[in-house]
Design a protein around this ligand. Sequence first.
Ligand SMILES: [Zn+2]
Ligand SMILES: [Zn+2]
Ligand SMILES: [Zn+2]
Ligand SMILES: [Zn+2]
Ligand SMILES: [Zn+2]
Ligand SMILES: [Zn+2]
Ligand SMILES: [Zn+2]
Length: 1725
Amino acid sequence: MAKPTMTSFSSPLSFLPQKWLQATDLPKEVYQHLAGYVPKIYCLGPNLNPTSEDLLAQLLLQAPLEWYLCGEDPLVGLAKLEKNNQPSQLCGHVFKVGEPTYSCRECAADPTCVLCMQCFLGSVHKEHRYRMTTSGGGGFCDCGDTEAWKKGPYCQKHEPNICDSSQEDPLANLSADMIARTYNIFSIMLKYAVDMLTWDKEDELPHGLEPPERGDTYYCMLFNDEVHTYEQVIYTLQKAVNCTQKEAVSFATTVDRDGRKSVRYGDFQFCEQAKSVIVRNTSRQSKPLRVQVMHSSVVAHQCFALKALTWFSHVIRYSDALRRILCQVGLQRGPEGDNSLVDTLMLCDSKMWKGARNVYHQLYMSSLLMDLKYKKLFAIQFAKHYERLQSDYVKDDHDREFSVTDLSVQMFTVPSLARMLITEENLMTTIIRTFVDHLRHRDLQGRFQFERYTAQQAFKFRRVQSLIGDLKYVLISRPTEWTNRLREKFLEGLEAFLELLKCMQGMDPVVRQVGQHIEMEPEWEAAFTLQMKLTHIISMIQEWCASDDRVLIEAYKKCLTVLTHCHSGFADGEQPITLSMCGHSVDTIRYCISQEKVSIHLPVSRLLAGLHVLLSKTEVAYRFPEQLPLSELSPPMLIEHPLRCLVLCAQVHAGMWRRNGFSLVNQIYYYHNVKCRVEMFDKDLMMLQVGASMMDPNHFLMIMLSRFELFHIFSSADCRKRYNRESANKDVVQQNSTLIEEVLHLIMMVVGERFVAGIGQVESCEELKREIIHQLCIRPMAHSELVKALPENENKETGMEKVIDSVASFKKPGVTGRGLYELRPECAKHFNLYFHHYSRADQSKAEEAQRKLKRQNGEDSALLPPSLPQLCPLFASLVNILQCDVLLGMLGAVLQWAMEPSGGHWSESMLQRVLHLIGMALLEEQQQLESTLDDNEVTFSFTLKISRPGEAPSTSPSILAVLETLQNAPHLEVHKDMIRWILKVMSIKTMRERTAAAPPPERAGGWQEEMVRDKDKAERKRKAEMARLRREKIMAQMSEMQKHFINENKELFQQSLEELDASTSASLDPSSWDSVLVCVGPRRWRGGRGERRQVVTCILCQEEQEIRADGRAMVLAAFVQRSTVMSKNRKRPPHDPESYDPIFMHPDLSFGTHTGSCGHIMHSHCWQRYFEAVQAKEQRRQQRLRVHTSYDVENGEFLCPLCECLSNTVIPLLPLTKTSCSNGEQPGLVQWLNTTSQQIKALHSAHRKANEGVEAPPPPEGFRPDHTPINPYSSSIKEMLTTFGTATYKVGLKVHPNEQDPRVPIMCWTSCAYTIQSVERLLVDEQKPLFGSLPCRQDDCLSSLARFGSACWTVSSLATVQSHFIRLLAGTVENSRCILDVDMFHLLVSLVLSYPAVHCQDSSGLSTDIAELHLLHLVTVAHLVQILLTSIPVELTMEQESGGVEHEEESVCLLYNTLRSHIGSCVYEVSSGWHLWRAVKAGILPFLRGAALFFHHLHGVPTPPELNGASEWEVLCAYLSLPSNLLQLFYSYQEVLEPLLQGWCSHPSMRQCLQSPETLISFPRESNKLIELPEDYSALINQASSFTCPKSGGDKSRAPTLCLVCGALLCSQSYCCQTELEGEDVGACTAHTFACGAGVGIFLRVRESQVLFLAGKTKGCFYAPPYLDDYGETDQGLRRGNPLHLCRERYRKIQKLWRQHSITEEIGHAQEANQTLVGIDWQHL
Ligand SMILES: [Zn+2]
Ligand SMILES: [Zn+2]
Ligand SMILES: [Zn+2]
Ligand SMILES: [Zn+2]
Ligand SMILES: [Zn+2]
Ligand SMILES: [Zn+2]
Ligand SMILES: [Zn+2]
């Protein structure tokens, strides 16, 4: 909403307010005014909402209202109000889409409590463990809400002023008149707005608003729905209203955003016509789009009604008093007690369009929800209408964020309001009843039935789930104090909830499919969705119950009643039978899980199990046993259904339910999954513990065996014999084996799972610790992995932070990977192989890891059961299961079976479980003995029982005896350690019993002396083991190396080459080494007398080949790419490829051509064959299936056959050019220049002659312009020279290949120069020495590039190359170009590489060496001048240090002053020679280093070893044959250079260059960096949240994306910002890369926290962002919300990839590794 115009009000309507003040019927007057003006201002043409409407409305409609309100000029009046304003303590900042929000994991009452960034930064929570998310829009900042925060509810800004009595009535400061006026005008306007927004007639207006005159003007209004797609709407509109696609897109966008948009304006007929077309076109598959033809005056009033609501929002910001009055007006009931205006709006919510809803929701948030008194009143109204609002919402098709029901979070999460609503409005019951009402499909027993849901019902089901969210809000904070009324209402709610659970108990039952596989997978997801959504609610209800004894008791009773009721409901197939075994017998029912119905859903049983444990935990069971119905409990009834469910899982594991398909497998998976298990599997196990603790253990086990359908096996008299004789069916044997394993495991869990407070005597954190320990026993894990493995509470917290450090140590991540938690060694003793939450896969991984650990520690490998905490009294009897007859019978049987080696009827894991159970029993016995003083109290006598042989008549040996036999059985090697341990514990115990007087030994210390004896043996074992491990490690390393040899040791692979090189250089005669190594000029080092042979191996055919000019060509795989990495001017527009003349590179290096290589060498013919094969394969592939590859064959791309590195051409390897050692006297610079200019003249005339036939002056002596030199190269090398030249030309200029183009050689030289420059920069940036630190592949690449450059003229037209040389030289000596516009290094390289084309026609004995030297000198002097002219005076910034080099300083001053005398005031006055010399040295160093690299690779001159030290300068100059005082170059040849200097300085564009500092390049050029990123990631989110799409007028961008190269923010992945590039629609990022990065881009997707690499239009990949949380993990997708901080090393790594030109290569590797990346439409990002 616009701010009030600051011009004072003076309109023709100034009489109005006065008239209104005296009016008797004010509403009538105001309506009259509105009726007259609104249609005159709004909706006068086809376009709604132009700004002029707003201005007019401001002037003619709002201003009178404000005048009336204030009784004076509103500018004055509102300012007065503002002075008395008591701003709300609540921040209430409403979040924009994508804005960062913060919550505190320590202090927030629930996760919906959030702060805006401003408040967060001023709060205490920024020091806490906070969570950061991006808002989806809507919702507001909870700063100042004392109920939202356990601590620190206010930020600094919203800290209440204590001296202000905040309880004061805000109206106290207002005059009675003012109050009355406000009431009047607010009532009228609010009523007007509500009437208009809820108005549903299209052609009429409410009474009093009829326009004075009405024309035949209508709008055809199109409304939004969520059924039709964008495309459908756009297509329909084009047809219906005959608009362009662009207009249609714009209509559709507005409809989507605002909820409606007029698509046509005109007379009724005209609009009606459009409507019928739209309806007809969209009614085919679904209900048609909603369209209305509305009279323009109706639309006009609706527009103004919205304006009026915004006006309210605006005006109440001035004063809390006005806000209070608005609330009163809004909530006032009508005269007959009818709905208030607020109610009316709410109840029409689902009928309004999006835009209107948004506006009034915002008004509610800034008025009702900001006033604490009225928030309560509003909440009551909201609760009263709750059912109706929810039903409307469920029928509506808009997303919840556009529904008024979404406001529930603002009220229900306030604990005091929630509690008030529960007690006063019975909210809990209302929510649950409303929910249940919406799920009408039931089966005969009244259970939910999701199976027959239609699509629409499924849709409804999804929407109705939001009610569970509301229930969660209401329950999220537990009461600290209970009132009777709260108890009553909570229990009423609980009853409703139990009704809901009852409808779930037994739903989706399954029956085992035999014979045929099921035809259709039954629906199961809906039921599990419901279960998952309710999981937290169920847990919270238990916590509420636990907080009050009376509530717990009542809840327990109610739950039991419902369960009993349920139970009587499904009794199918249950007949009583009697089971007898081991002298015990029990009555039970016959129920065969494999034959009858069984359901996984038992929420009532599970809730009861939870409550039962709470009885123990809260000690209610011991304090009020008389109030509990414990005696009514029937343990067999309690365990029946949970047991069936567990048996079902076991049978599924045993493969008995294979024919029931995946739906069952999935259900079993979720049953155990961390998201559901707390209220499913865990509670079923608990219920078995509850039941077993109240039963005779023998009875319990017999029922269990019976349900497992194993009873017949163990009950038979001769069960110790092999039970299988009668059943030959292998499948059945296998099944039974698995079932026995499962039943043994279940027994372990029933006895051993005591880490829940209430079952065992533990603190609640113990459970969590144990969970973490067992996860870490599998392997070290990252924080997020652990979080995923742990159940979260309703606040999305695992509580892990509190305990993690006590069980694990944190290992920080490196530059890759993530931080890991590792189990503390002392915690390994808590490891339990049969931990109940392990899946089978987890179990075997953990077993392996733990055995390995034991081996490494030199311990024996038995994985002993850990010691367990004591059971609580209520569950104490559980231990008796371990020593009951039935179990002993089972154990004995399995052990007996295991005597026979030929297994099949018993399994290793069966035996392992039996041994584990025996171990548990022994430990239990030991523990009991230790904890009781008197031996007579000990009721646990396991040792005794297993030492006793079986009673007659079976007379079987005792378990102990069997164990002793088994100890030596060769087929039980694996279990030997465990059996030995058991026998040892037994013997100690029996020994101790014999010498009863002996004091009890220390726990677990009993077998210590044994251990000592075993120590030597163990030591030897350990040593052998270590040796074995070492051997294994070496073997593994070797195989690993072989495996990754190619990929990871690219450089290593090159070693053969390197060694070869080394050997050749070693064989050189060291005496030929000059005292100084020189790489250029007549004194340059020449490698020995003999020829250097270079022999390489082709990676394709493995043949060796010598590199010779006349030999077969060898090539390097290479990748040429355009580059802007070194650009100093990203604003320079790209060149026109057709007309661009690349001969002089501008010193801003804005576009370059980079060549890189993986260094792999092939025969050219081998490569050609390979490439043809790739092409052919690609063609076939494209025909067959439309898959993309990571490389573009049509563009000449391929992957290196060895390392799969992306390549697009090959560079030929060339031998060093033979240089004739010229003995004759070589000319000085002056003479050389003379000769050369004569030669050039001769060439000119020769070129001309060829064209025109004119006679020429005689050429200089020995120069033969008509001489055609012999091409020294073999045909295959020539071919490769053309190949690489053409590729560089094609890629570098982005043109079609044309080997005849005269620019081909230039592009080759430029690429050579650019690549060397970028390598030089990289070495500086990486702080590496100039020579010796490059990987071989780069060395090879540079040598090949340089040598290629000097040879490429042989395949071009001689005249062309000569004329290039002539132009280049003219650029230096004839001043054809301003020297400030020339990059001197490019010039030097091009001059040197083009010179052979001139020299080849010379036979006078002139050497190329002297020419190179002179060229170097000339260019160096030019560069010196360039530097002096552009150097920024450092005098001001840098103190002069003592100890300069006087001579240098003097001469540099002299030269500088000469320059100043030529140019004048454009050049700064600098008097300090010290500073100038410094600037010169610093400025020219990159050039000299580049030159050294260039000549080194061109001539293969070894490098001076001292180059890296402090004397770099001197050594470098000497290597380049330059004086270390570079100024000498100038003064030695002053007679030629002085005129040159004058020429340079007088170039016409020199002044202009010097006077435009923004484009002037100074030296040294700094290396480009990626942009600075903020330390805290939220700063980026905040920056991006205020970023709006540049194209669609102020809309929020959905995927704001930051260019890391230049810092531009882009609106990515969105239609709005697509542009056309080379005839294709591309997204903002792709378009940006072409301007910013010559096709390569590095971006940060801010919302996703993800780095995006793009190359060209088809290539891209995601890359880990440089932001890590405190646990050393990235958060791609921002799902976890931990605070993220910049990791500089990782950012540097990305920067290095960019500087190395490796982005494209990286994308290639990523795409090869992950084929799904290839299919993404990268160009649309
Ligand atoms: Zn705030
Ligand atoms: Zn605040
Ligand atoms: Zn906090
Ligand atoms: Zn080959
Ligand atoms: Zn390679
Ligand atoms: Zn956009
Ligand atoms: Zn950019």
